[in-house]
Design a protein around this ligand. Structure first.
Ligand SMILES: C[S@@+](CC[C@H](N)C(=O)[O-])C[C@H]1O[C@@H](n2cnc3c(N)ncnc32)[C@H](O)[C@@H]1O
Length: 293
């Protein structure tokens, strides 16, 4: 049984990483071909027909070579790889496009690495939802709001988007948040689940080591700073404040509910852990039994 799970885990991770990397590489090379070959070269139009040809070939390959779950994985991974390549290409344009390019690179890495990390650490729970591309409609509404703010400000206040140090600060926040979250997933392994568990599984153990020794909710902490970082990259002052408030209240509610179950699963062991380690998100206390707040 464990051999079968191991095989599935490596095959899903292999399909996902292959399609992500192949799409990212081919599209990066074709999109940059004009820059590499020079616009006088006869091949410069590769930038236009290269991606189109690649997407046709990809469509053909996917349609006839894979079916079911591997097909769904390959499709999403190829899409995220293409977004990554497009992001790289945009970084070679103006400051505002560079910021948008870095932002979509952060998104594509985040969604791809969520699937990849679950495939390697907790394959029993791996589904197509592990890409969390369909997290919630509010998630995509928030993303669209940030694109609108970016476009409006680019048009009316183009100078605002030229503070590149803010974009770089956002990149640093996204990288740190992403790394911290993935460290949590690799530390908690099968105890980590994208869905808050309401019933204790026989093999669910309390994790208090590694990044969990620094804070009780490292993956939420990572995601919290990552989401604010995306708005810092875009230099979106309005969405930055809204994202901070909305993410904070989302995680405060989620942590409260999650800890109610964790206390019921692990009792005193979890209460002791709570006394020693903070949640990781500013001003979020979590669930404290018999607390009057
Ligand atoms: C999306 S994971 C988030 C884990 C943790 N809140 C974090 O931010 O790293 C949610 C699942 O992790 C489990 N979980 C949370 N903290 C845990 C811990 N310290 N040890 C074991 N399982 C934990 C919960 O039971 C829940 O099913």
């Amino acid at each position: 049984m464990s051999g079968l799970i191991n095989r599935q885990k490596y095959s899903a991770a292999f399909v996902a990483s292959s399609y992500f990397c192949i799409s990212a590489s081919i599209l990066t090379v074709t999109l940059f071909s004009g820059n590499i070959l020079g616009h006088t070269s006869e091949l410069w139009a590769l930038k236009y027909w290269g991606p189109a040809l690649y997407l046709c070939l990809l469509n053909f390959t996917l349609r006839y070579s894979l079916k079911g779950f591997p097909y769904e994985v390959a499709l999403r991974s190829a899409f995220l790889g293409s977004v990554f390549a497009l992001g790289l290409y945009l970084t070679s344009l103006t400051a505002a496009w560079r910021a948008f390019g870095l932002y979509i690179i952060a998104l594509s890495i985040f969604h791809f690495s969520e699937f990849f990390a679950v495939a390697l650490t907790n394959p029993r729970t791996l589904t197509i939802d592990s890409f969390i591309l369909n997290h919630s409609y509010q998630y995509w509404l928030a993303a669209i709001a940030s694109w609108i703010e970016m476009s409006v400000e680019c048009y009316f206040f183009p100078g605002l988007k030229s503070a590149q140090w803010l974009t770089m600060l956002g990149v640093a926040m996204c990288i740190s948040g992403e790394v911290w979250r993935k460290m949590a997933m690799f530390t908690a392994k099968t105890n980590f689940n994208h869905h808050v568990q309401t019933v204790k599984k026989a093999d669910h153990q309390l994790v208090t080591g590694g990044v969990y020794a620094f804070c009780r909710h490292p993956s939420y902490m990572g995601w919290f700073y990552w989401s604010i970082g995306t708005q810092m990259i875009l230099i979106n002052p309005i969405c930055l404040v809204i994202y901070a408030i909305v993410s904070w209240s989302f995680f405060q509610e989620r942590i409260y509910a999650e800890e109610m179950f964790l206390v019921s699963f692990f009792g005193n062991q979890y209460l002791e852990y709570q006394k020693q380690v903070g949640t990781g998100i500013p001003f979020v206390r979590g669930y404290v039994p018999d607390d009057s707040w």
